[in-house]
Ligand binder design. Sequence first.
Ligand SMILES: [Zn+2]
Length: 77
Amino acid sequence: MISVYFETAVVFYLLAVLAVIALAGACNAIRRRGMRTEPMPTRIFSCSKCAHPYLDNHELERSSCPRCGTVNEPQRF
Ligand SMILES: [Zn+2]
């Protein structure tokens, strides 16, 4: 049988518990990062031909309507 000091066994036990907690935290962080969906900045466009409202990239000055293909400017409020 292997003889181990009590203090050494306690230290190894605590290290094992800390390792399990750290591993669980890392797995949780990785899982949360995969689930995170950040909203893309968009602009509201309204088609001048068919009046279809839609969203598109905020950097675009003009966007094609997904229904009829007419090029539109973003709505200004
Ligand atoms: Zn349209």
